[in-house]
Design a protein around this ligand. Structure first.
Ligand SMILES: [Zn+2]
Length: 265
């Protein structure tokens, strides 16, 4: 039984540690080190103590701390795994973990096997690098947030974005916030996060429009070639969507070097 001093203290602070359906509850949230990047600097070392409305969902509590839900793969409340909709109770100790290949299938929150993406308008170089490796990425630098959300609702693609508010949107089920600002490092991060290393197929996708490239007989693309290209090259491929022609020319060497750099990370 709480003594009078306890009760008085709770009245003063306005918090309840009991089952008061109209009150606020105090909880402690410990984020895994890999997620502390999203927290305010002052909260990165210790568990975050928060007062939340009674019956607030785990998802809302975690996002209120700055961590978008697509970054969360496991939530433990007092040692038990819970889903995003779990309603947090008083005096709970919440632990939050990022994606990890090893999480138990019954407890993990993120879908596996994702191979199709949409990148927001600031990630053009990342989209190009992923396409270079054969990964399916929609990208349009004029797309507004509502366009991205519509594509995601229609196709179920995962969102790649450094806009954490957008990643927190209820329509987003799968997504990733690249930590690095460098396209090469971002590409490696995406390959690791979605376990794509065995799925890479360099030079099979159009860098301009994401279409699939098909081998093209030289005669069929002659009209599109510069005189020297006609003279020196024989292996061509063409985009099935936009018709862009590719050949194994000197410009490919630079791209091959980049592919090697990406694959060796
Ligand atoms: Zn194309």
């Amino acid at each position: 039984m709480p003594d009078d001093n306890d009760r008085k203290q709770k009245e003063i602070t306005g918090f309840s540690t009991g089952a008061n359906p109209t009150g606020r509850v105090l909880i402690s949230i410990l984020f895994d080190k890999a997620l502390r990047f999203f927290l305010k600097r002052s909260q990165r070392e210790d568990p975050v103590d928060r007062a939340v409305d009674y019956k607030t969902s785990a998802k809302d509590v975690i996002e209120a701390c700055g961590v978008p839900h697509p970054e969360v793969d496991l939530i433990l409340v007092d040692g038990q795994s819970v889903r995003f909709g779990y309603q947090i109770r008083a005096d709970s100790r919440v632990e939050v973990f990022p994606y990890s290949p090893g999480h138990d299938p019954a407890s993990r929150l993120q879908e596996r096997g994702i191979e199709a993406f949409v990148a927001d308008g600031h990630l053009g170089k990342l989209a190009r690098d992923l396409r270079l490796l054969g990964i399916d990425v929609l990208y349009d630098n004029t797309a507004a947030d509502r366009d991205l959300l519509m594509i995601i609702r229609m196709t179920g693609r995962a969102l790649l974005s450094r806009d954490r508010r957008l990643l927190m949107h209820g329509a987003i089920k799968n997504g990733f916030f690249p930590r690095s600002q460098q396209p090469l490092e971002q590409t490696v991060e995406v390959i690791r996060r979605f376990e794509l290393s065995s799925k890479l197929a360099p030079f099979t996708r159009c860098l301009r429009c994401n279409g699939i490239l098909n081998p093209a007989p030289k005669e069929s693309v002659l009209g599109r070639l510069q005189p020297l290209t006609k003279l020196y090259y024989n292996d061509f491929s063409q985009c099935s969507l936009c018709g862009q022609t590719y050949w194994r020319g000197s410009h490919i060497e630079k791209l091959q070097k980049r592919v090697r750099a990406l694959c060796n990370q």
